[in-house]
Design a protein around this ligand. Structure first.
Ligand SMILES: Cc1ncc(COP(=O)(O)O)c(C=O)c1O
Length: 373
């Protein structure tokens, strides 16, 4: 298997734990273990206190799969497989869906694994660019890209890095296109529950038997460190294939993580309320920031998720990012890490230190622009 380096993750591996502020983080403010335990219901607390640390059930703890299934109208716990984060779900799905001679259509820019894993499995990839004016997906372009050997259409909504969200009509059309071609729709929904100006979209797996929904505890729940993600899908053959591939990666989940995920899902309202408050406070500050700095930065205000994709209006964003991290300890993620052209960069607004980090970036940008003029 020839797989390219994951440019975004290599960048994070270099910088994430070496800087003061990760102003491009996609996950929400992580929650402390003690705070999560304080939210536990009686059943999950008992499970935690009496937990045995043996192997766990390969598809996931039945109570956890049942709790996840409740997020997908019309689905049952049998339709859910859990993994070590969303990333394992992406990796195994793509291995199961495509091989040499197959084709995949992927909305772009995208989290690299959403196209690179299929490419490395031998598939040809057509990237369908989002429209930079509003980061919308042209569903007609997806339809036009379909071929007889297309096995999967890949979308991500809410979207990283842009914060765009598909409309219900677009999702419906994408499902119809996949069904018509005997393909699957792989819908990365890891930023679900972080809608601000958009209404929550129904999960794809609830809308079509040919759709696969990807979910995770990392983003809205602030629990990236427990590494629990899942696929929700109704196709039993594909599920069996993915399940048997998991024998070659993690075999089963971390036992403590499963209980923590169960606890968090049962305390969903409290945890999501906490994240949404941080995001809405940060977005208000960002509105003021972009108004104040209209000659230095522009952005399409995200409609959902914890990330956006602003543009630097002068200089070179890779160079700007390199100097910013060096001088201020503030990390942004240039578009080049998505293999995407232009002076864009990913900015995250799910973290409590965003105001301080933004202040440092603003000061730095003011000095840079003054020096250049
Ligand atoms: C769009 C998208 N999909 C999948 C993932 C992987 O999620 P996890 O790190 O929880 O496995 C990420 C992580 O940043 C992401 O942004």
């Amino acid at each position: 298997m020839q797989i390219a380096d994951f440019a975004l993750e290599r960048y994070f591996a270099r910088w994430e734990f070496a800087v003061r502020h990760v102003l491009c983080a996609s996950d929400a403010e992580p929650i402390a273990l003690s705070d999560l335990l304080a939210l536990a219901d009686d059943d999950s607390r008992r499970r935690w206190e009496t937990l045995h640390l043996g192997y766990t059930e390969s598809l996931g703890l039945p109570a956890l799969r049942a709790e996840i299934a409740r997020l997908y109208p019309g689905l049952t716990p049998d339709d859910v497989i859990t993994f070590a984060g969303a990333e394992e779900g992406v990796f195994l799905s793509m291995q199961a869906l495509v091989g040499p001679g197959d084709h995949a259509v992927v909305a772009w820019p995208a989290y690299q694994s959403l196209h690179e894993v299929a490419r490395s499995a031998g598939a040809e990839i057509t990237l369908v660019p989002l429209d930079p004016r509003d980061w919308s997906l042209d569903v007609d372009a997806v339809a036009a890209a379909m071929r007889p050997n297309t096995k999967v259409i890949v979308v991500n909504s809410p979207h990283s890095p842009t914060g765009a969200q598909l409309s219900p009509e677009q999702l419906h059309r994408l499902n119809s296109i996949a069904e018509l071609h005997g393909a699957f729709l792989f819908s990365d929904e890891v930023y679900r529950f972080l809608e601000h100006s958009a209404a929550e979209l129904s999960p794809a797996a609830s809308c079509s038997p040919r759709a696969i929904s990807l979910g995770v505890m990392s983003k809205a729940f602030g629990l990236a460190g427990i590494r629990i993600g899942w696929l929700a899908l109704r196709d039993a053959t594909l599920r069996a294939r993915v399940a048997s591939l998991k024998d070659y990666t993690t075999i089963c989940n971390s036992a403590p993580s499963e209980i923590l995920a169960l606890m968090a899902l049962r305390a969903k309202d409290a945890l999501l309320g906490r994240t949404r408050k941080i995001i809405s406070d940060n977005l208000s500050l960002l509105d003021l920031f972009f108004a104040r700095n209209a000659d230095r930065f522009s952005w399409v205000r995200p409609r959902a998720s914890s990330v956006g994709f602003p543009k630097l209006l002068g200089g070179d964003v890779d160079e700007f990012a390199a100097r910013l991290v060096e001088r201020e300890g503030v990390l942004i993620l240039p578009a080049s890490r998505f293999g995407y052209p232009g002076n864009y960069f990913r900015l995250g607004f799910g973290r409590r230190d965003m105001p301080e980090a933004l202040g440092k970036m603003e000061r730095f940008a003011l000095e840079r622009f003054a020096a250049d003029s």
